[in-house]
Write a protein that binds this ligand. Sequence first.
Ligand code: ADP
Ligand code: MG
Length: 592
Amino acid sequence: MNAFQKLGLDADLLRAIEDMGFETPSEVQEKSIPILLEQETDLVSLAQTGTGKTAAFGFPLIQKIDANSKKTQALILSPTRELCLQITNELKNYSKYKKSLNVVAVYGGASITDQARSIERGAQIIVATPGRMQDMIRRKLANISSIGYCVLDEADEMLNMGFYEDIKSILSHTPKEKKTWLFSATMPKEVSKIAKKFMSDPIEITVGSKNTGTSNVSHEYYLVNHRNRYDALKRLADANPDIFSVIFCRTKRDTQKVAEKLIEDGYNAAALHGDLSQNQRDLVMKSFRTRQIQMLVATDVAARGIDVDDITHVINYQLPDEIETYTHRSGRTGRAGKQGVSMVIISKSEVRKIRTIEKIIQQKFEQKEIPDGKEICKIQLFHLANDIKKTEINHDIDPYLPTINEALEDFTKEELIKKFFSVEFTRFFNYYQKAPDLSSDSAGGRPEVSEGNTRYFINVGSKDGYDWKSLKDFLTGELNLDRDDIFKVDCKASFSFFNTDEKHAELILNTFTDYQQNGRFVNVEITKDQKSDRGGKRRERGGKRNGKSFNDKKGENFKGRRRSEKSDKKGGRKGSRSKNIENSLKRRRSKA
Ligand code: ADP
Ligand code: MG
């Protein structure tokens, strides 16, 4: 009897499991599946990302569904479109030998009529994002009034994304007797609140320790001027020649740009984000697993599927919007008993976030300096020496040795070593000798990669009942944008700020032309000083402002409806010379 059979799974599932190549259940599966199969109970199951939670609820759910009835019997809520599709695909794989079982994905950004039609044909299981599910219910395109099971998958992430109200409202359309299964990587307050409010006497399963980062991970942060973020990233990579890392950016756009720049600068890098096709993503992941890629630049959502064990470094190129997400990121390293480092590149204004994270992960960060040129040269030289030591001699070069020996016969071993290292390193030394100090106080360096973002002012804030999450919800809803598209949402008392890619500027300004909410005009403008909201803070502290008068006073900090000039994009690009140096260095590295 195989280990999955022991859990009580039926023949159709076992065949599918065999096809997928799963040999043994993971811990969360081992603990959750028998309970869910044998009991009709609510369940809270906590396990780190990548531990197989989908199957932990997917297997028992599929076994419990009556495939002969076309009624919708289960609803799975998931935070993003990508995850929604991922879960749907997994469930389809699990149930491939249950011919009449249909799983339908319901998510924003695709035709709601098509989705409704699929449901009408009979969908025993619906996998949905909360926003679109709400739409479906409102328009009576889906009936969840007699479901037996509701799964809240990646519950922490859903709450971080501000879906509490949506979840609450969706659940109000489900029967009281249904069972709720909540799966989450972490258990922040909000998740306990959901468990308390919407579940009755749930059985609780915890795999690993609750709410803490992996202790195999050490945490470091590097203070830099925000303009130097990219250069700092490169130095961190150069100072760790054997780096095998995931680099996290906040948006798809930044992910793409950072990856492109790294590639351009000769690193073995690639981007992983939701705009790539599944095929492209598979290719990237394959190259990463086989170490052809040393630096994988990813969005949080795309990185959720990464199950690679030997990652040495996680680099937070930008901190996540939702602080809890940091745990997911750092959990990519320090796996399978190995040690890992989670690095954070931050500007001064973000230091307080580090303190918040320390509380969540219950671990201290070490503040470190970005290595200077000399240090990096030393590390690289040492690494090269080590490489030489380890290199097996290639005897194909034997026929050429006499000529080489003849050319070099006048030199001693010491001289040869000096010459060899000089060939490899003079240009590299020159590049780093001229490289500026990247500590946060010094100016210079090239602008941050993420320009091309636009920062907006909006005249609603916490006095209007918003916090950054609900404001983000409001904006994504009104603008029909992805959650990824709106970031750096900063909610003040009576006004707020947020960022988008500049391509959305027109949509945003048009949407909020003559826009009224509860009889009040909601006004959005592009901030004049896109780099910071210092203007806003100053005003806030002045304490005189109130919502009503703001429109009259906007002149000094904000220019209405006028795009501020973008900063010189490729400003201080380094010349091709130093780039070649780096390329040659990286080429060598990639051979190692
Ligand atoms: P989580 O939801 O906990 O983050 P997933 O359910 O997405 O994790 O699973 C992560 C990966 O592990 C998926 O690719 C999945 O197919 C695979 N997986 C799940 N269970 C097993 C298993 N028992 N054996 C091998 N691989 C598994
Ligand atoms: Mg999952």
